[in-house]
Ligand binder design. Structure first.
Ligand code: C2E
Ligand code: CA
Ligand code: CA
Ligand code: CA
Length: 279
């Protein structure tokens, strides 16, 4: 029977759709990755454009895959979303980011906010609030040092639900920012009701900001919107001096991007913030 099974497999194997097969393998690997501690968080500094001070870091997940090497989130987050594995993975990210931030504070680094990306599936979980509260309790991190990044398109899918959930999160004391802002068509009247502290201008508007008049118009509109609604505005994907100059001239509050630093490991963040040379 064993022989037959093997022949059988070989007979059918070439018939497998390669992409479906790859996806199946990815799902199986993802299921094991948490137990095997293959995920890691990199951190990218967020800088105050006026003072140059690093006031926050964004946690960005990486997967140190046993055979494929270090994988970017775009290679596995979509599959994690489809399979709901994003829920336990997202829990791990929350716990790890809070633990690390508390450890930095305990080690005497100036207190920073850690920003964590929340996916649609995670945001829709009934007990999201409990899960976030749990990560804070277990780590001992004060809620005000945790910020959740929620994309504009996620909010726009169901505004009432999003506002209700964001209100509960705000009651817990965590901060909320709107990620990829400018891509999701929020109406002004809706935006006014969102309990958020910050808008992140999507990097697609920052790329050509030094030359493209449309991008300049969008970016400066988002910046004045933020000023009028009393929200801080951060530009993401900032790489060049020209982009920084435009943002300064237009009174943007904060920036994040390769111009200051790529996302780096936790030990490298410590070196950066204590002025030691990095590897
Ligand atoms: P995002 O939240 O919009 O994160 C910003 C992405 O831009 C990051 O890519 C970051 O490395 C990259 N980036 C930062 N500065 C620059 C720059 O100056 N130039 C350019 N070209 N890119 C820059 P990354 O780390 O590959 O993450 C991609 C996306 O994966 C994130 O986009 C986010 O949507 C998702 N993601 C990352 N970590 C998590 C996580 O823990 N949970 C969830 N649900 N999603 C995550
Ligand atoms: Ca983000
Ligand atoms: Ca973003
Ligand atoms: Ca994005």
């Amino acid at each position: 029977a064993k022989e037959f099974g093997r022949d059988n497999f070989q007979f059918y194997a070439p018939e497998f759709n390669t992409r479906a097969h790859e996806k199946f393998v990815l799902q199986e690997d993802l299921r094991n990755a948490l137990a095997r501690l293959e995920f890691t968080l990199f951190y990218q500094p967020q800088v105050d454009l006026r003072s140059g001070h690093v006031f926050a870091v964004e946690a960005l997940i990486r997967w140190n895959h046993p055979t494929r090497g270090m994988l970017a989130p775009t290679a596995f987050i979509p599959t994690a979303e489809e399979t709901s594995l994003i829920v336990p993975i997202g829990d791990w990210v929350l716990h790890e980011a809070c633990r690390q931030n508390k450890a930095w504070q305990d080690a005497g680094l100036p207190p920073m906010t850690v920003c964590v990306n929340v996916s649609t599936r995670q945001f829709r979980e009934k007990n999201l609030i409990g899960r976030v509260a749990d990560a804070l309790n277990v780590s001992g991190l004060e809620a005000r040092y945790l910020e959740l990044e929620v994309t504009e398109s996620l909010i726009m899918q169901d505004i009432d639900l999003a506002v209700a959930t964001m209100n509960q999160l705000q009651n817990l004391g965590v901060q909320i920012s709107i990620d990829d802002f400018g891509t999701g068509y929020s109406s002004l009247s809706a935006l006014k009701t969102f309990p958020v502290a910050r808008l992140k201008i999507d990097k697609s508007f920052i790329n050509d900001i030094a030359a493209d008049e449309n991008d300049q118009a969008v970016a400066s509109a988002v910046i004045s919107l933020g000023q009028n609604l009393n929200l801080r505005v951060i530009a993401e994907g900032v790489e060049t001096d020209d982009q920084v100059a435009f943002l300064r001239k237009n009174n943007c509050d904060e920036m994040q991007g390769y111009h200051f630093s790529e996302p780096v490991s936790a030990p490298d963040i410590e070196k950066m913030l204590s002025g030691e040379p990095m590897d």
